[in-house]
Design a protein. Structure first.
Length: 368
């Protein structure tokens, strides 16, 4: 292989490591690191649960003395300031790494190119922007928090061809088949949290867990937009709050007795300003960023989907289409949210399409 092809191959290995940490590293981004000496991989690492230890530290520990004179492939620019741990730039320099190959620049105000400058000042050769687009995509949630003070939000919809998520009697299980539902669980597993509206809780009594054995180690945060705290105390969500964190987003002035009962069951209560649709969803996302979340998967129902679309908070859209039609009396994927002109309609750019059994998943992103 050419030198460029070799660099790309090792960076793909680092990307594969980093992808395993999606959903488990918040508030930090998931980073992958591969250390190569004389053409042989001597160290591997990815960001640990909760953001520590960093990928570089783990890879250096595995490499040991073999790191001296080696090349480190890192998906994100190494940190260069002292936080809870020593800067990774110093760890790489101290271990004798001769060359660092980077994917993306760290957007954090304390890094953002400073890590590269410190490495070069210490005599380390630095190659930047290897598979940059893939590495940037991997940190999109972290970058959203840095730039806009809110997490990246992906709206997932499972609907019929005519955009219905349930029959007129609210029957919704199951519109899509088993392969698509498994893909949806994997999608949950790659996010820090999953959020639904209280209407979905009352209709379906969901668990909102990632039910793929061994897919992730850290518990998934489950969030309900529940302005008046209507989530039942005997719901599966509340009964499972000890094992799987449950956060309820409610408006100020909620019933004090309900708050006390839910808090006693281990539920985290997050008070937010009231709005016409219940709570201020923009304020909610900013609050969730402050609580350490970077990637959130919204699973509806139609009222929450409409609120997020109305507020222009949907950054990614994952739409599972089942090959069936329910008609106008079925429940729509998004309730009415005031669009009277085509010019005001939220539009998205298609990114990819995959087939799961008889169902199709189309992925979209918000235009820049």
């Amino acid at each position: 292989m050419t030198d460029q092809a070799t660099d790309q191959a090792h960076m793909r290995a680092a990307l594969a490591l980093a992808r395993r940490g999606l959903g488990e590293c918040a508030p930090n981004p998931s980073v992958g690191c591969v250390i190569v000496a004389a053409g042989r991989v001597v160290g591997r690492g990815r960001t640990g649960i909760g953001g520590r230890p960093h990928a570089e530290v783990q890879a250096l520990a595995m490499a040991g003395a073999a790191a001296r004179g080696a090349t480190a492939y890192v998906t994100l620019e190494p940190c260069c300031f002292t936080g809870k741990t020593e800067p990774c730039t110093q760890s790489l320099i101290g271990a004798g790494i001769a060359r660092v190959v980077l994917g993306a620049t760290d957007p954090h105000e304390k890094v953002n190119g400073a890590g590269v400058r410190l490495l070069r000042a210490a005599g380390v050769e630095v190659q930047e922007n290897i598979l940059a687009a893939e590495c940037q995509a991997l940190i999109s949630g972290f970058a959203m928090v840095v730039a806009h003070k809110r997490p990246l939000l992906r709206l997932k919809i499972a609907a019929t061809l005519d955009g219905r998520i349930a029959t007129s009697t609210r029957e919704s299980q199951w519109i899509t088949g088993e392969p698509a539902r498994r893909a949806a669980h994997a999608m949950r597993g790659r996010h820090d949290a999953v959020v639904v509206g209280v209407g979905t809780v009352l209709a379906d009594d969901p668990e909102l867990t990632c039910r793929i054995e061994g897919f992730r180690s850290a518990p998934l945060v489950r969030i309900v937009v529940d302005s008046h705290l209507r989530t039942p105390l005997m719901s599966r969500l509340v009964r499972g709050a000890a094992a799987h964190p449950l956060w309820l987003l409610h408006r100020n002035g909620a019933d004090a007795n309900r708050k006390q009962a839910l808090a006693g069951a281990g539920v985290k209560l997050v008070e937010l300003p009231a709005a016409a649709a219940g709570i201020d969803l923009s304020a909610a996302l900013q609050k969730l960023a402050g609580l350490g979340l970077t990637r959130i998967l919204a699973e509806g129902g139609g009222t929450l989907a409409a609120g997020l679309l109305r507020a222009q908070l949907v950054d990614r859209l994952a739409w599972f289409h089942a090959p069936g039609i329910l008609g106008a009396d079925g429940w729509p994927a998004a309730q009415a949210f005031g669009i009277t002109s085509l010019a005001d309609m939220p539009r998205f750019i298609p990114v990819a399409q995959e087939r799961y059994g008889n169902d199709m998943l189309t992925t979209y992103r918000k235009p820049v």
